[in-house]
Design a protein around this ligand. Structure first.
Ligand SMILES: [Zn+2]
Length: 390
């Protein structure tokens, strides 16, 4: 084994050892990078949308051109049809004329214009001339009819060609419309993801602004080298703590004044402790910390809840207050103390009456980037921290 291989193995081992620690700490730089990343993503999406819209405009123009061509072909077919009809009329007319002349020529009727015309000749020469005029007239009509028939044939051929061309144009138009729909779908697909990208930018920008306002620099590890939150163990009893509050030696308190436990932790798979004490009862943070989440989107049944993170000697502890009333008096990022009302007892979500579902979890390592997933997978009994009044 050569030195390089040993080095690589060493780096890998070191990475594995450092990974769990590194993944809990976040520097302000990481939030700034996230803002830059999502801003770039947004720009790319906007460019894609603009390009798609240009393509749609070009295809639309193409379709309009084809529609013009289809219309022109239709008009040409109409014109040819009219010409055919006129030719047919003319043929009929010439045919009748010729028939009449032939009838005269065949001298079937002794008392007719042809004979009058022929016998009206002043000389033999004149008579022959007059007879040849009649013959030429029928011959002329025959030629005109032949010419007309040729024109009709030609027009019929042109009509077939134009109809074929029209079909081709219609097919082309159909394909272009499909193409247009495809691009439109693509554009609206990208447009649909723009709000979430903008949301990500806003979220990270808000964090960057917040920590900048707290004096954090890009290289600072949030919550460790800057904006360090209050520690529960060193806080002691606050002057604003409500009378009758049950406070343990570790500084944690029972979240309501009075009340009774209506469902204990762990019984029937219960992940928290249910405390009942009348609708609207103030609920206090069980320890000093910072509000991590407020809302009703984490629960399948829409229960309103508040999540608070506590820094317990470098250990990440979450406390969750669920089924509370929607009028939540704290907001995300706010520092709270054991005297701070974080919610009011309610019955939102899957609940049959006003109560507080207190749930807690703990995680090794401290950091604000503790995820809800980490929270959900490390549930503990609230009694590990919260003192029971009974
Ligand atoms: Zn419960």
């Amino acid at each position: 084994m050569n030195n390089n291989k040993l080095k690589i193995i060493g780096i890998v081992l070191l990475s594995i050892l450092l990974l769990p620690i590194n993944s809990y700490a976040v520097t302000l730089q990481e939030y700034e990078d996230a803002v830059a990343k999502y801003t770039k993503e947004l720009q790319e999406k906007e460019a894609k949308i603009a390009k798609g819209k240009e393509e749609i405009a070009a295809v639309k123009k193409n379709i309009a051109d084809i529609e013009d061509k289809i219309k022109a072909a239709e008009e040409e077919v109409d014109r040819l049809q009219k010409e055919i009809e006129e030719c047919n009329k003319e043929i009929e007319k010439k045919n009748n004329e010729s028939k009449k002349i032939m009838e005269y020529y065949q001298v079937e009727n002794g008392n007719n214009a042809y004979l009058e015309y022929v016998f009206g000749a002043t000389s033999i020469t004149d008579m022959v001339y007059r007879m040849s005029v009649a013959e030429q007239l029928t011959e002329y009509n025959d030629n005109v009819m032949k010419e007309l028939k040729r024109l009709i044939e030609e027009n019929e051929k042109k009509k077939i060609e134009l109809n074929k061309k029209q079909e081709e144009l219609k097919e082309l138009k159909k394909n272009l419309e499909k193409e247009k729909e495809r691009i439109e779908e693509e554009v609206s697909g990208v447009e649909g993801t723009v709000p979430s990208t903008k949301g990500q930018i806003a979220l990270y920008q808000q964090r960057v602004d917040y920590y900048r306002s707290k004096g954090c620099k890009s290289s600072d590890v949030i919550g460790v080298t800057c904006d360090v939150p209050p520690k529960s163990s060193s806080s002691g009893a606050s002057s604003s703590v409500s009378a009758g509050a049950v406070i343990g030696e570790n500084g944690f308190r029972f979240p309501v004044v009075g009340g009774r436990i209506s469902w204990g932790y762990g019984s029937g798979g219960h992940k928290g402790v249910d405390i009942t004490r009348g609708c609207g009862t103030p609920i206090y943070a069980v320890a000093p910390g910072r509000v991590y989440y407020v809302g009703n989107t984490l629960d399948n049944y829409g229960a309103y809840m508040v999540l608070v993170v506590h820094n317990v000697n470098g250990r990440l502890v979450f406390s969750q207050y669920a089924h509370v009333q929607p009028n939540i008096p704290v907001s995300v990022g706010q520092n709270v103390d054991i005297g701070t009302v974080v919610a009011y007892m309610g019955s939102t979500g899957y609940s049959t009456g006003c109560h507080l579902h207190l749930e807690m979890s703990q995680y090794y390592g401290w950091g604000y980037n503790g995820s809800y997933y980490q929270y959900r997978n490390n549930i503990i009994s609230p009694w590990n921290y919260v003192p029971s009044p009974y």
